[in-house]
Design a protein around this ligand. Structure first.
Ligand SMILES: CC(=O)SCCNC(=O)CCNC(=O)[C@H](O)C(C)(C)COP(=O)(O)OP(=O)(O)OC[C@H]1O[C@@H](n2cnc3c(N)ncnc32)[C@H](O)[C@@H]1OP(=O)(O)O
Ligand SMILES: CC(C)C(=O)C(=O)O
Length: 559
């Protein structure tokens, strides 16, 4: 993060109500020193309405120059802190520091004293790799730094090696065996190498730690650190009942905002299934869960999304996909204004499933396209069985189409054409054997992306029928009505037009012949539209659905 980004994050952490912001490692670069100093000056001096001002802390190795840099950065804060550390495990002493235990004890003691001598009254000390350190040596180091003036003892499980029971015992043992421990705060610092950082932190807190070191989104070295949101929400959900009444002062409503900011600034995006702040943490995709959520949210949610500042695009967090059931589909359609039940719902449901098999999530636009394709249908005279096309730059486009008639008999037609759609339409003509002219063909993608549903609309005219193009709609109608009848004509989607039938050889003849089709495959979508238009031309009959009940059959409405 840049200094400016670090400052923004620090402001956000203050809003969250964190007690201590460890803002950086000032010795690591001039820029980091400057960032910590800016944070100390601004955030470390801003007292909130509750009189709360966070401690601003800088990290430093156990050497004078690091500690000087840390103090130089944090000293402007109302509550400055230096956090200094040195490893205590055999492996670190031998291979990394190349120092004896005695040397490490002496350095730790001297450097804590040195930090205090600069005027810093709040000094935190960490025995790095405490999780793998010899216990007796650990108690000895900790006892010495307490004498030297450390005010907080942080116990790092630097490589995330301990198990929760072990880490809890470590804190308990430190409490029981370290001289002077009652005068300091014990802290946890758990890394996530085994995915146990949150569990270990909670075990440490339960054992008596009263500071927990955490990061937003769990970011950190390697597999990261314990995440603030997980630890805080676990304490909020279960602290009273199972953790001896523990609580935090975190204003949880700022959690989502903080998570987004850190993800944005660090470029470390949160995995979708991350607890609390993952994109899926409060969404429900499986039918059985969705049904439960619709009946009572507590069935599948242990946290109210509002509590972490999450506003969902829909109330129940339901995402429609291939695992959804009828309850969820029906509920979403109802929200969109379509009241479907029984057979209609069933038909849409299986179409929906088929699309969802190919497309992960269905948007409202996708659903609307399916509804208009499935429900607002004329009487089915021909239904599409199968379709196979070949096309490209080599040879002619060819299509084989299988249509099924009202008796369930399958008819297959094959044709070549100028393209796959032309070939498919010609193959259909060979089966249906009704001369038609294609007047209009248009295609839109209903939703965005390469996997969008394509919606096709065609307008055809039956060649040998007495048809008239309707002046207002541009559509033609083939139904006979007595002259003087006031017709309520619906165009494809809920637009109503009135037309007065005028005498013309005693009857007026219209043909309704536009058809729509939807599908993820553009040729399938095109063929559906054509078959749909043919069906309309050959015998229009609307299927009722609430959304169209007011525009039901022409006959019903015409008088
Ligand atoms: C456990 C943790 O996560 S601590 C936080 C980790 N954060 C960072 O490392 C901050 C970013 N680091 C940096 O920018 C650089 O490493 C710096 C500026 C801090 C140090 O850079 P350099 O002085 O070039 O040293 P470098 O990092 O290569 O090596 C570390 C040196 O510090 C020593 N050291 C490591 N930890 C400590 C410690 N806690 N106290 C004293 N010395 C230490 C190492 O033994 C090594 O010393 P050597 O040169 O005598 O072998
Ligand atoms: C500096 C210490 C606390 C640390 O980061 C670690 O040991 O993981």
């Amino acid at each position: 993060m840049t200094s400016k980004e670090k400052l923004d994050v620090a402001r956000q952490l203050a809003k969250l109500g964190v007690d201590i912001i460890e803002a950086g490692f000032p010795a690591s670069s001039k820029d980091d020193l400057e960032a910590v100093r800016m944070i100390a000056k601004e955030v470390g001096n801003t007292i909130d309405d509750d009189g709360h001002v966070p401690v601003i802390c800088g990290l430093a190795r156990c050497n004078r120059s690091d500690i000087d840099a840390a103090w130089e950065a944090v000293k402007y804060a109302k509550k400055p802190r230096i956090h200094t550390f040195i490893a205590t495990s055999e492996i670190h002493l031998k291979y990394k520091l190349r120092k004896s235990r005695e040397e490490v004890i002496a350095i730790a003691r001297e450097m804590v004293s040195y930090a205090r001598s600069l005027g810093c009254e709040d000094v935190e000390f960490s025995p790095e790799d405490a999780g793998r350190s010899d216990r007796e040596f650990l108690y000895q180091v900790l006892g010495e730094v307490i004498k030297a003036g450390a005010t907080t003892l942080n116990i790092p499980d630097t490589v995330g090696y301990t198990l929760p029971t072990e880490f809890g015992e470590l804190i308990n043992d430190i409490k029981s065996n370290t001289p002077g421990i009652e005068n300091v705060i014990i802290s946890t610092h758990c890394q996530n190498d085994l995915g146990l950082s949150t569990a270990n932190t909670l075990a440490g807190a339960y054992a008596g730690a009263r500071q927990v070191e955490v990061t937003i989104n769990g970011i950190g070295e390697r597999a990261g650190n314990a995440s603030l949101e997980e630890v805080v929400m676990a304490i909020q959900c279960r602290g009273k009942e199972l953790l001896g009444g523990l609580y935090t002062g975190i204003n949880t409503r700022h959690i989502v905002m903080s998570s987004k900011m850190v993800a944005e600034y660090t470029g470390l995006h949160v995995q979708p299934h991350k607890a609390i702040v993952g994109a899926n943490a409060f969404t429900h995709e499986s039918g059985i869960h969705q049904d439960g959520m619709l009946k009572f949210k507590g069935t599948y949610e242990i946290i109210c999304p509002d509590d972490i500042g999450l506003s969902r695009s829909n109330e129940s967090g339901i995402v429609l996909g291939k695992l959804s059931g009828r309850h969820a589909l029906r509920s979403r359609l109802l929200e969109l204004g379509y009241e479907l039940d029984g057979k209609e719902l069933d038909d849409v449901f299986w179409r929906f499933k088929a699309v969802a098999e190919k497309k992960k999530h269905l948007s409202d636009g996708d659903l609307e396209a399916l509804i208009s394709d499935e429900v607002f249908q004329p009487q089915v005279i021909w239904s599409l069985g199968d379709l196979q096309v070949t096309c490209g730059t080599l040879g002619l486009s060819t299509a084989t189409v299988k249509l099924i008639d009202t008796d369930g008999v399958e008819h297959v037609g094959c044709s070549v054409g100028t393209g796959p759609v032309d070939a498919a339409y010609k193959a259909i003509d060979l089966i249906v054997k009704v001369p038609v002219t294609l007047l209009e063909y248009s295609m839109n993608s209903v939703t965005e992306g390469i996997d969008a549903i394509a919606s096709t609309r065609v307008v055809i005219r039956g060649e040998n029928s007495h048809t008239t193009t309707h002046a207002l709609t541009g559509e033609t109608v083939h139904r006979t009505f007595r002259s003087g009848t006031l017709l309520l004509i619906s165009t494809c989607q809920s637009v109503f037009l009135l037309a007065l039938c005028l005498p013309a050889s005693n009857q007026f003849i219209f043909v309704f012949n536009s058809g729509t089709g939807a599908g993820m495959d553009i040729v399938v979508s095109s063929v559906r539209a054509y078959v749909n238009a043919l069906n309309k031309m050959m015998g229009f009959k609307t299927v009722s659905a609430s959304k169209v009940s007011s525009q039901s059959s022409l006959e019903d409405k015409s008088s």
